[in-house]
Write a protein that binds this ligand. Structure first.
Ligand SMILES: Nc1nc2c(ncn2[C@@H]2O[C@H](COP(=O)(O)OP(=O)(O)O)[C@@H](O)[C@H]2O)c(=O)[nH]1
Ligand SMILES: [Mg+2]
Length: 273
């Protein structure tokens, strides 16, 4: 059975359970790194090490890896890594639900006010995380999403071409002014993300959805590496299949949105007549 067929429907997904007591009692991190993984046993250890190398000493962080019911040794590897990496938390889906749902489960479990997402296969370079943080430090407060932009994509010709066409069509239809929405590395505010409408594959539309909510988004050039182990979970045809429905859905959401600033009256001031 194909990976797509095995997925449960989006409405069934991601019912969060309470975090273990030790996690709830630990000091709050400033940043949560959320990594969705499905069958990435031979990639995950090196990636976690790179994240720690980049962030230890510069940021109080946690790493939330969401295992989407992998069928390989991913979960066993993560279990073995936990005693060596105190920042590591592992969240497990009871069954496979897809990348968007895994990201959402990780963001829900995360305790940092800001989130960095990374693909679990090592194609995103953790050395770009400090770059995204520097962009945030220099940006206006209305910018709540910093999206990685793979300027030189390190994938086969077929995937590069499909991605170029998909990005061009989406950009034209949604006018989200974002050259690359499929890049796995992103920095965003947790609360803003959790306010977005949820649907399977929503992770490809985050700039448009954030803009719909009234926030600004910025694209940041990042590096992109070749996959060195395991295999891609997506086919061009599979992506195309859902892309039309999703594009129409997101366009509808944008048409039907209303954005308004809401302010609460100061309790000190007398009510106006
Ligand atoms: N949780 C979860 N992660 C997935 C799924 N499919 C892909 N991923 C993860 O999403 C990231 C990108 O997937 P990948 O297959 O590398 O896509 P590609 O880079 O576009 O070929 C990797 O970390 C995968 O492990 C899925 O069904 N569930
Ligand atoms: Mg990949």
């Amino acid at each position: 059975m194909s990976v797509a067929r095995q997925r449960v429907s989006a409405s069934e997904a991601s019912i969060a359970l309470a975090a273990p007591a030790a996690v709830a009692a630990a000091p709050l991190p400033a940043l949560s790194i959320v990594i969705p993984v499905f069958d990435e046993a031979d990639n995950i250890a090196a990636l976690l090490e790179e994240v720690c190398t980049q962030l230890r000493g510069i940021e109080r962080f946690e790493i939330v890896v969401v295992d989407d019911a992998s069928r390989d040794q991913t979960l066993e590897r993560l279990r073995a890594l936990r005693p060596c990496i105190p920042e590591l938390r592992v969240v497990q889906h009871a069954r496979q639900c897809g990348q968007s749902t895994a990201i959402r489960s990780g963001v829900k479990a995360a305790r940092g006010a800001w989130i960095v997402t990374l693909d679990g296969d090592g194609q995103n370079d953790p050395a770009d995380i400090p770059k995204l943080l520097a962009e945030r430090a220099a940006a206006a407060s209305e910018v709540r999403l910093f999206a990685g932009w793979r300027v030189r994509r390190n994938d086969g010709l077929g995937k590069r071409l499909a991605s170029r066409v998909a990005n061009a069509v989406r950009r034209r239809l949604l006018r989200d002014d974002t050259p690359d929405t499929g890049c796995g590395i992103k920095l965003f505010e947790r609360a803003a993300f959790l306010d977005l409408p949820y649907f399977d594959h929503m992770h490809r539309y985050l700039p448009a959805l954030m803009q719909r909510a009234g926030w600004r988004t910025v694209s940041v050039p990042v590096s992109h590496r070749a996959r060195t182990a395991g295999r891609s979970k997506y086919t061009n045809l599979g992506r195309l299949w859902v892309a039309f429905a999703d594009l129409r859905g997101v366009a509808w959401l944008i048409r039907r949105s209303r954005v308004v600033r809401v302010a609460e009256l100061d309790s000190e001031s007398p009510p106006s007549a």
